[in-house]
Design a protein around this ligand. Structure first.
Ligand code: ADP
Ligand code: ZN
Length: 213
């Protein structure tokens, strides 16, 4: 079992690139953001508890997210896969420590780095997400073939509740404070590959491909 961890600020392109890696290598993508949004949409006990936190751009409690992740990791499609890609986890030091207790044969971490904050704010403001299958588009640089409609499942495209400027800036602050130290932790362990993620989707995909070889 191989584990690929994608790091990067909100808007760095983790979700988009994880989708591509899933298709190219057959590894399963695990997005903790998607898992949380599914709980919120289904109005589960946990979903009701974390809705406001998520919409404010803050992190849900470690205990909650770890529980949700463990449940997902135990599902058959993951257990049987050659590997999985983490999009959005770990985001705090305790999460990283928890993950390192779940051992795998191979592990690598890839940091999609963007220096200019305005680039990610712009990307997130123009992001559209399929409310049916979760596919990600961007009106500016990765538009769907038909406006407002998912290329893959024809589901309706929506703007995420937390993709407004105020919440985006908040998420970036939280990322700097809580997640940057986690990236340093993987760098110190010698597991980190760094990529400049300011270019196009294809451009970043190309660089990722080189790192994955
Ligand atoms: P982005 O990376 O674009 O900010 P995500 O879809 O990865 O968005 O996550 C959306 C929200 O879900 C986060 O702002 C946070 O509230 C919650 N979330 C996702 N992953 C985690 C995590 N590992 N720990 C705590 N909260 C999380
Ligand atoms: Zn779709």
């Amino acid at each position: 079992m191989k584990r690929v961890i994608l790091f990067g600020a909100p808007g760095a392109g983790k979700g988009t690139q994880a989708d591509m890696l899933e298709e190219k290598y057959g590894y399963k993508k695990i997005s903790t953001g998607d898992l949380i949004r599914a709980e919120v949409a289904a109005k589960t006990h946990v979903g009701l508890e974390v809705k406001a936190i998520m919409e404010a751009g803050e992190l849900v409690p470690d205990k909650t997210i770890i529980e949700i992740l463990k449940k997902r990791l135990n599902q058959n499609d993951i257990v049987r896969a050659n590997g999985y890609i983490m999009d959005g986890f770990p985001r705090t030091r305790p999460q990283a420590e928890e993950l390192s207790r779940m051992e795998v044969d191979h592990e690598m971490a890839i940091y999609l780095n963007i220096v200019d904050e305005d680039v990610v704010v712009k990307r997130l403001m123009s992001r559209l997400t399929c409310s049916n299958c979760g596919a990600i588009f961007n009106v500016e640089n990765n538009p769907p073939q038909k406006a407002g409609q998912c290329d893959f499942c024809a589901g309706p495209l929506r703007q995420r509740a937390d993709d407004n400027e105020e919440t985006i800036r908040k998420r970036i602050r939280v990322y700097r404070q809580q997640t940057q130290p986690v990236i340093d932790y993987y760098r110190e362990k010698g597991l980190l590959h760094e990529i400049d993620a300011s270019g196009s989707v294809e451009d970043i995909g190309e660089k990722l491909g080189q790192v994955m070889r």
